[in-house]
Design a protein around this ligand. Sequence first.
Ligand code: CA
Length: 657
Amino acid sequence: MSHGRTYSEQRYSPLDKIDTSNVGNLGLAWSFELSTNRGVETTPIVVDGVMYVTSAWSLVYALDAKTGELKWKYDPQVSRQVGFHACCDVVNRGVAVWKGRVYVAALDGRLIALDAKDGHVIWSTVTVDQNKAYTITMAPRVVKGKVIIGNSGSEYGVRGYISAYDADSGKQVWRFYTVPGDPSKPFENKAMEMAAKTWSGEWWKYGGGATVWDSMSFDPETNLVFFGTGNGVPWDQKARSPKGGDNLFASSIVAVDADTGEYKWHYQTTPGDSWDYDSTQTLTQADLTIDGAPRKVIMQASKNGFFYVLDRASGKLISAKNYVPVTWAKGVDPTTGRPIEIGDDHYAKGAAVLFPSAFGGHNWHPMSFSPKTGLVYLPAQEVPGAYGTDNNFGYVEGQWNTATDTTLNSLPADPKARAAMKNSFRGELIAWDPVNQKEAWRAVHNGPWNGGTMATGGNLVFQGTADGHFNAYDATTGKPLWSSDTYTSTLAGPMTYTVDGEQYVAVGAGFGSVFYLDAGFAVPVLGSPDNGRIVVYKLGGTATLPRPKLTPVGFPKPPPSTATPEVLAAGHAKYNHYCLVCHGYNAISGGVLPDLRKTPELTDAAAFKEVVLGGSHQTRGMVSFASVLKDTDAELIRNYVISEANDGYAEAHAGGK
Ligand code: CA
């Protein structure tokens, strides 16, 4: 009934009517078309035969879990301009359901309680300063009559926190900040006073970051709420906390008292992070036997490439091991619990290509744990990232602040070199033994950024893929047992339920998410971004999915690129600073937002300026950049995009994408 099924968030269901012997007979029971065409990251929740799901722009749907028939829909009417501050697509990861109410966090920072019967609003509370660049994409959790919610937006200059609201009234009960504020003002609590000693410079002027944007779990025995925090802002620590320091509680796993929000313990996965190694991945509780002794643990496959097993009462490290190739650290010191870093001091001496990248060895896609096999099922990936200092960095609140030289990650112009780079991106499903910290088996996928996982009592593991499939594996051996074509990227966490004695398996599918915005060149081509769907399977299901409209998009001949190398370099820097996070490296669209290389405005400097500065596409979400860019900047960016359009056109005609 809760996100991840229970408070422990194992994403394991004991249901076993669908098992290794009959999963081959799984067929589509029904599908439901969502009203939006952006990324689908929702985990469905089913209560008494009703399924509650969310879609992009924080819409909520109540569906008959047996037939897929819509019972009601709620649209919080989020302004499309809020999407500008949602780095990682305008997604939503699901609702909480408790005592006849459905709780959803809207992208613009509202927490809303709906009547589960008809979807009418019971209360709505604004949980953030809406003048700042906060957004919310995570699912709320209900713990002891309180709705707990964090937020996103570190890079845009916000201060992270997590809050609890009374489920009945919507009144705030407690709030825990994850980074200290201005030290000239009184600290909110002793934890902030302690954390402030690990910072230097004037970090609070950038907000601090460390937002709590996804994972959480609750342990009734210790009364602790666990959550993960994101990176500090900007990414490069030299620009954030110039004298170093750990920068608590950024990139950390934190435990607070469920009743009061009081600090209990923290474990920082990446002290002084400079690589965007958020520690917001799934926090899975389990009872394991380690060295002959029963241990109550919490586990995370962190973005930084290490799999952590912690004692969940104390937060002490039990073990850590890399689950993908890691080149920024050679291990984790078992005594201090700190990573043993490799190489120069956070790329101070020069740029470096590292594993993992800011996309992480594992990201938000939920992992699962089967108490039956003792294995964790982990959507992992190997994507390199180049890091270097941005010598021209200037912090601008509300813009994308990394202080890293993002041009280092741009693609070479040569089509062969581009293809080689794309092919170097890998993704796999790893079955990980957390007791012995080693891989049990893996299934290799067609590229990175694949779906969340679910384990079941039928000894199955379910996972969707970026290339449009939903698969089942034998949980013990990894043998592929079943696969279904979803025709679109299937990234969300699956779930399973029974109605009238029949077991169903559900997953959200839809084209989008951060990888599709930033790394468009590496996105599998699956047709145009139709609306997302919820797809639901059962044994002997005979329904069919509509095939996507495969409308091949041509590449119009761009205007000739006549700008000087200096203009292109300046345009590239401006583009990467202001446009990249939505429109992608090298202006290559993953298909979610318009491909700038193909826009008619490229040929018309005045029209291009109207879009970038005049806000002529504001209602579609393309905000005006007049507060940060000048006429000359818009022209630099146009010249850069023309150059990329010419490279893309040549590549398209060389047989590439
Ligand atoms: Ca981040």
